[in-house]
Unconditional design. Structure first.
Length: 68
């Protein structure tokens, strides 16, 4: 994981610190952050610009966690 992504994960943990989440919810947020960063980095590696990489990662996560 790059330093930038490591920092984002750390910021996510800091943002959640004052909120009351059970362990499963907290782990879920970390999982989603990690999944987003993985998709985002892969899109950048494939040559997408930053905006398109963010949109692509968002669409992938939306599809993964979509419930009817």
């Amino acid at each position: 994981m790059s330093k930038e992504n490591s920092d984002l994960m750390r910021y996510t943990e800091m943002a959640m610190k004052g909120l009351a989440f059970d362990d499963d919810t907290e782990q879920g947020f970390k999982l989603m952050t990690d999944a987003f960063l993985t998709c985002y980095e892969e899109a950048l590696n494939k040559g997408y610009d930053q905006v398109t990489a963010i949109q692509t990662a968002t669409m992938i996560l939306s599809t993964m966690f979509h419930q009817d």
